[in-house]
Design a protein. Structure first.
Length: 247
C-alpha cells in the first residue's frame, strides 16, 4: 500500500506562487480518464496547465525513441527503464512513485448472456463460445495473448481473434458488434464504456494480472513538474484514480 500525502497547502502554495506553466505528460491510455480529473483539480489549486498525451506502451516507446520530449512520464517499469537508457528519465527509476495498478477484464455488451466467470475453466468456456475475441497491442493485450496461450485455446480461437492498436478500437469493436463479441482490455477502459451498454467482467483471481504505473520527472522538465508528480500521491488524486477503476 502506498503512503498517501494529504492535499495540503504547503506544496500547492509554493507552486501557485510562481508563474503558471504547461506540464506535458505522456501516459498510458488506461490512465487517461483519471489523469484528466487530476489535471483539472491540479490546475484549480495551482494555475498550471496539464497537457496529457496518451498511447499504448509500444507507441509511447516509439515516441520516446523518436526524440519527443515531455515533462512527466507515467508508464510501466520497462518503459521508464527504456526512457532512462535514452536519457529521458532519471538513472534510477526504481524509486519513482507508483501512481496505481490496473487489472484486466472482459468487455461484453449487456445483452449478451455470459453466465458466471469466476474460474479459469469458466473463462475458457466463455472465450471458446465467442464469435470474436479482441485485445490491443499494449500491456493488457500482451498479457491477454499469453493467457489465452496458457489456457491452451489459442489455435482453437485464432480465426476469431483480432489484435487492435489500442483499447479504444477494442471497445469500439465490442460496442458495434452483433454477436458474442468479447474484448480483453484494462478494467479502466471497460468501465469507461458502461454508458455505452458495456458490462465489465474482471478476470478470475487465478488469472488476474495487474500492470503497475509509476511517474518520473524528465531531465529538462518545467519547474512545476516535480510538484505535479507529488500531487499524484495525494488523497485528492487517489480518489480520482479509484473512481475510474485504478487500484
Amino acid at each position: 500500500m502506498r503512503r498517501l500525502i494529504p492535499t495540503c497547502g504547503l506544496i500547492l502554495a509554493c507552486a501557485a506562487a510562481g508563474a503558471a506553466e504547461e506540464i506535458r505528460v505522456l501516459t498510458a491510455g488506461s490512465l487517461q480518464r483519471a489523469l484528466a480529473r487530476i489535471a483539472e483539480s491540479y490546475k484549480t489549486d495551482t494555475g498550471h496547465d496539464i497537457t496529457i498525451e496518451v498511447g499504448t506502451t509500444p507507441v509511447m516507446r516509439e515516441r520516446l525513441a523518436a526524440g519527443e520530449t515531455f515533462d512527466v512520464l507515467i508508464g510501466t517499469s520497462a518503459l521508464l527503464e527504456f526512457a532512462s537508457e535514452q536519457g529521458q528519465a532519471p538513472s534510477d527509476v526504481s524509486r519513482a512513485p507508483e501512481v496505481g495498478r490496473i487489472g484486466v477484464g472482459v468487455a461484453v455488451r449487456g445483452a449478451v448472456d455470459v453466465g458466471s466467470v469466476q474460474t479459469p475453466e469458466q473463462l475458457e468456456a466463455l472465450l471458446l463460445s465467442a464469435d470474436t475475441v479482441v485485445y490491443n497491442r499494449g500491456s493488457s493485450g500482451v498479457y491477454a495473448q499469453s493467457m489465452i496461450a496458457s489456457l491452451g485455446i489459442a489455435e482453437r480461437i485464432a480465426d476469431r481473434t483480432t489484435q487492435y492498436a489500442n483499447g479504444g478500437q477494442v471497445m469500439e469493436h465490442v460496442i458495434e458488434g452483433s454477436g458474442r463479441d468479447l474484448g480483453l482490455a484494462p478494467l479502466t477502459e471497460i468501465r469507461a464504456n458502461a454508458s455505452n451498454g458495456i458490462v465489465t467482467i474482471p478476470l478470475p483471481d487465478a488469472l488476474q494480472n495487474f500492470t503497475r504505473y509509476t511517474a518520473v520527472v524528465t531531465p529538462g522538465a518545467v519547474e512545476s513538474a516535480p510538484d505535479f508528480v507529488r500531487y499524484l500521491t495525494t488523497s485528492t488524486a487517489r480518489d480520482a484514480l479509484i473512481a475510474t477503476g485504478v487500484d
